[in-house]
Design a protein around this ligand. Structure first.
Ligand SMILES: Nc1ncnc2c1ncn2[C@@H]1O[C@H](COP(=O)(O)OP(=O)(O)OP(=O)(O)O)[C@@H](O)[C@H]1O
Ligand SMILES: O=C(O)[C@@H](O)C(=O)CO
Length: 427
């Protein structure tokens, strides 16, 4: 049986490809699975990233799914476990970062782990336990208006403490700057004080590379995708070209955007301004009776299908914070979120049936719904489009064609991402 070095559990689908991308760039052969596989691993890979959609579900359900993933990864011989959450530490009031860490630590019989969303390549830095997004603190970054996980406190020790039964501490920048020995001494001191989880500062990739060797023997690492840049070297793996090969791309092109994050809003605006065809999915239609979704999906596909031969079309529900608040107040946050996700997922399925074989999806929850609706079970990871966002490829249950798909985190990518992504695929 192939033996996995790093077994990863990601709490959403875009986050999973983000982590897989960093591991691939550091030289690992990576398989991304959609949910927990039912069969043992059949191909030789260095890391497996199990994608869950557990970020905003009830904590006990997130724990159950994460433990199920852990059991499967342990059965594949995983030597170290990596729990991946968002680089903006996205949590609901109940979790799910803390409850999942607690459960994984108990299952792995370990009394210490780290927690850090630092990912300097996309401007996520942690200093003195405070999370910065670009030049501003987390709660000024737009994340305070997130539809499902509004983040209103940038102090990660304060955010994590109420989510976990363990004591939360900090390994600050002064320690990280000194490297492995100092970090390990700090960990020993924190353990003595009864700390079970330490938030870790990092403001550059050099910091993450200094941190990684100190984590080599830790059964569980919890982080955004940034920490992953240094871990493959702990297993003697170095960057190489072969890790990121995908089959040639073919077929028609489309974009589905269900993220309301600041970056996606700007990317959708840029796509619309370019004059390429775009179609707005209006969530208010949820109120128009039981067949409202079916009617909308039919309309969207009738609009898109004849235009696909001329290049990519965009179908989006992306809205600005004020409009979003008004919709959520009227229809309920969870209810409208789910309705929009399922509507976009059905549209994506229809587009693939119509011959789309290159699909860009924006938003983690949206990506989860789309990938599940397409019956995709695993993804191969290809070249990076922008930091944190690679092209992927896999089979769907719609037709025999390979689908090239990119799952873009809401806040990732340059403003022209939706236009430039297709140009990065080799045909
Ligand atoms: N116009 C809208 N009105 C209400 N809800 C919406 C609207 N558009 C999208 N949504 C919902 O908002 C949520 C957006 O979450 P999603 O994870 O897809 O994006 P994101 O949080 O920006 O991405 P990421 O998790 O990658 O950062 C989804 O549940 C989506 O259905
Ligand atoms: O870490 C991030 O920001 C992303 O990979 C993500 O998880 C977005 O949902």
């Amino acid at each position: 049986m192939p033996r996995v070095l790093l077994g990863c559990i990601a709490d959403d689908f875009t986050g999973a490809t983000d982590l897989a991308n960093n591991l691939v760039r550091a030289g690992m052969r990576v398989l991304q699975t959609v949910g927990v596989p039912t069969a043992p691993l059949s191909n030789e890979v260095d890391a497996v990233v199990v994608s869950l959609k557990s970020r905003t579900i009830a904590p006990q359900e997130a724990v159950a799914q994460s433990l199920h993933a852990l059991q499967w990864l342990q059965a594949q011989g995983a030597r170290q476990i990596y729990f991946k959450y968002c680089s903006t530490f996205d949590s609901t009031a109940q979790g799910n970062i803390g409850p999942v860490i607690d459960a994984l630590m108990a299952a792995l019989s370990t009394d210490f782990t780290i927690a850090t969303p630092a990912f300097p390549d996309v401007g996520r830095t942690v200093f003195k336990g405070y999370l910065f997004v670009g030049d501003v603190l987390l709660h000024e970054s737009g994340m305070q208006d997130h539809p499902l996980t509004p983040m209103r406190d940038p102090n990660l020790v304060r955010v994590l403490a109420p989510q976990t039964k363990r004591q939360v501490g900090l390994i600050d920048y002064a320690v990280i700057a000194q490297g492995k020995d100092a970090i390990q001494q700090r960990i020993a001191a924190l353990k003595q004080q009864g700390v079970g989880i330490a938030v870790v500062d990092a403001i550059s990739n050099a910091d993450l590379h200094r941190l990684a060797p100190a984590l080599a023997d830790m059964p569980l690492v919890t982080a955004g995708s940034g920490v992953a840049i240094g871990l493959p070297a702990n297993f003697g793996i170095v960057p190489n070209e072969r890790a990121a090969a995908l089959p040639a791309a073919q077929g028609l092109q489309a974009v589905i955007a269900g993220s309301c994050s600041r970056a996606t809003n700007a990317q959708v605006a840029a796509f619309v301004a370019s004059g390429r065809p775009s179609y707005l999915v209006d969530p208010m239609r949820m109120d128009q009776g039981p067949d409202a979704r079916e009617v909308l999906v039919r309309e969207a596909l009738a609009w898109a299908t004849p235009q696909l031969v001329d290049g990519p079309v965009l179908i989006y529900s992306t809205a600005q914070p004020d409009a979003l608040k008004a919709i959520q107040t009227k229809l309920g946050i969870a209810e409208v979120g789910e309705w929009v996700e399922q509507t976009l997922a059905l549209i994506a399925r229809g587009l693939v049936q119509a011959g789309v074989a290159q699909l860009v999806v924006a938003g983690g929850e949206t990506s989860g719904a789309v990938v599940q609706a397409l019956g995709m079970q695993q993804l191969q990871i290809g070249a990076q489009i922008d930091p944190g966002v690679p092209w992927c490829a896999g089979n769907t249950n719609v037709n025999d064609q390979i689908l090239h798909i990119t799952l873009k985190s809401g806040n990732f990518g340059t403003e022209d991402f939706l236009l430039k992504a297709f140009g990065k695929l080799s045909s």
